[in-house]
Write a protein that binds this ligand. Structure first.
Ligand code: HEM
Length: 456
């Protein structure tokens, strides 16, 4: 039995909050909706510090970014900045040109598969497309395919060793001694990462030259890198970020936005392949709103309530992240009657919230209708401000800054690929829904499907 299901069972037996004490350190896991809502939304300010590295790359550089947020300042600055680029809908919608380009990249690769008659490995195809898109968001331009592959390879290599990062951060000397081979592999990956990213950053910096800050209003297109060039670190005399630090931050967005979106997409496609009638419903809705061949616009997606239900249901049943980035409380606080002592590490059983039978009827079934008109979850609020029912993007001050962008990407690509192709299982393949925990919770056996173009 794995740690997560053990924790789930303990919560079922002993209540919504489980405390472990080892020596002087306290770890707390929260599974109750009301407790989590109060902790993250009402008392979120007390949960503001994070121990250990904030991102995988932080353990490499002894820089401003390295700080495990002991003052919270690093996080606040970086967090506000990323939010200013990806959280404002009118601003991320301005990346429409990039989405169209990536859709073309995806379509070309799917068309090649159809020609070859081979089943399509979904994770790989869609994963590459999302990477292209995130790199566009970071650099403000379409990068060369070879460079994209190189960056993707190093980021994947780092994420594959994600579990060891905590060890290196908490026990730097011992960790590097005991896991010497892994540490050397990580250093090699960091070198590779820098060798690709630094020249790109340098070229962007040169291009930007003396141009003053982009006119930032709600609708302007702001690439992430330009927002980083403009950041000033007040605590260090107003200095600007160094190129290595910028590489780290770009890598953070790539890691946070790629596997999460790709994995959710794969799970959703798996359900739609298993349930062809649901796939046909999505198809009819998309064609009804956008027509058979016209471009699917962002405003069209807002009219597709079944598609939205499919995406929310995918996020509920298969949240890619099962534990949040760890928190430490800054003062003794009482949450829903439970005392959480200062310095306790707190985490949340993310998946458990979406699977709770007290909140969700038939929680383990994939039912997009539960989010549609007439259902009690019709007005579902992904940010959990009023009530917490599930939290695939977390909740409160630290909610994923990419939640709007992530759902838009899922809706946009699903609408397009389902309108263009009928997706069917490979003969003899049952579509295995077994989970496997990596950086994200992925399908143990990656989805392979056959595609038939809808319009010949
Ligand atoms: C389906 C897609 C996605 C899911 C399910 C998801 C989920 C999450 C979760 C659970 C967290 C942890 C929050 C916490 O600890 O409270 C997180 C953090 C983060 N996500 Fe996402 N995410 C997605 C897509 C994206 C995208 C597209 C981007 C950016 C382009 C992004 C950027 C980030 C960043 C930068 C953080 C760290 C925030 C911080 O340090 O406070 N995510 N995400």
């Amino acid at each position: 039995m794995d740690t997560e299901s053990t924790l789930r069972d303990l919560c079922k037996t002993y209540g919504p909050i489980i405390t472990f004490r080892i020596g002087s350190s306290t770890s707390i896991f929260i599974a109750g909706h009301a407790v989590a809502h109060e902790a993250l939304i009402q008392k979120g300010a007390a949960f503001s510090h994070r121990p250990g590295p904030v991102t995988p790359s932080c353990i490499f550089d002894n820089s401003y970014l390295d700080v495990g947020s002991s003052s919270g300042k690093r996080w606040t600055l970086i967090r506000r900045n990323i939010a200013s680029v990806v959280l404002i809908p009118s601003r991320y919608k301005a990346f429409g040109g990039a989405r169209r380009w990536v859709l073309q990249v995806l379509n070309d690769s799917l068309a090649n598969h159809v020609k070859s008659g081979e089943p399509v490995p979904m994770l790989d195809r869609f994963g590459y497309a999302i990477f292209c898109l995130l790199l566009y968001l970071c650099f403000g331009e379409a990068l060369d395919g070879k460079i994209i592959r190189e960056i993707m390879e190093t980021e994947k290599g780092k994420l594959a060793r994600f579990n060891l990062l905590g060890v290196f951060a908490l026990f730097p000397r011992l960790g590097k001694f005991v896991f010497k081979k892994n540490w050397n592999e990580m250093l090699e990956l960091r070198q590779k990462q820098l060798s690709v990213l630094l020249p790109l950053i340098e070229a962007s910096r040169e291009r930007r030259g003396n141009i003053k800050q982009d006119k930032i209003d709600d609708t302007s297109f702001v690439s992430y890198i330009n927002s980083l060039f403009d950041l000033e670190i007040k605590e260090e005399g107003g200095r600007k970020l160094a190129n290595r630090e910028i590489a780290t931050l770009i890598s953070e967005v790539l890691d946070a936005g790629s596997d999460t979106t790709t994995t959710t997409f794969e799970w959703i496609m798996a359900h739609l392949v298993k349930n062809p009638e649901m796939q046909e419903k999505v198809y009819s809705e998309v064609v009804g709103v956008s027509g058979l061949t016209e471009e699917i616009k962002e405003e069209d997606l807002e009219k597709m309530s079944y598609l939205r239900g499919v995406v929310l249901e995918g996020l509920r049943l298969h949240p890619p992240i099962h534990f949040l980035l760890p928190r430490v409380v800054t003062e003794d606080i009482v949450v829903s009657g439970y005392l959480i002592p200062k310095d306790a590490r707190v985490n949340f059983l993310v998946a458990e919230f979406g699977w709770d039978p007290k909140v969700w009827k038939d929680p383990m079934e994939f039912k997009p209708e539960r989010f549609m008109a007439g259902d009690e979850h019709e007005e579902f609020d992904l940010t959990s401000t009023k009530e917490l029912k599930m939290m695939p993007f977390s909740a409160g001050r630290r909610i994923c800054p990419g939640y709007g962008l992530g759902t838009l990407h899922l809706e946009y690509f699903l609408a397009n690929v389902i309108r263009d192709y009928k997706w069917t299982p490979v003969e003899g393949d049952d579509v295995d829904m077994t989970e496997k925990m990596e950086f994200a919770c992925v399908m143990k056996h990656s989805l392979k499907v056959n595609l038939t173009p809808r319009i010949k």
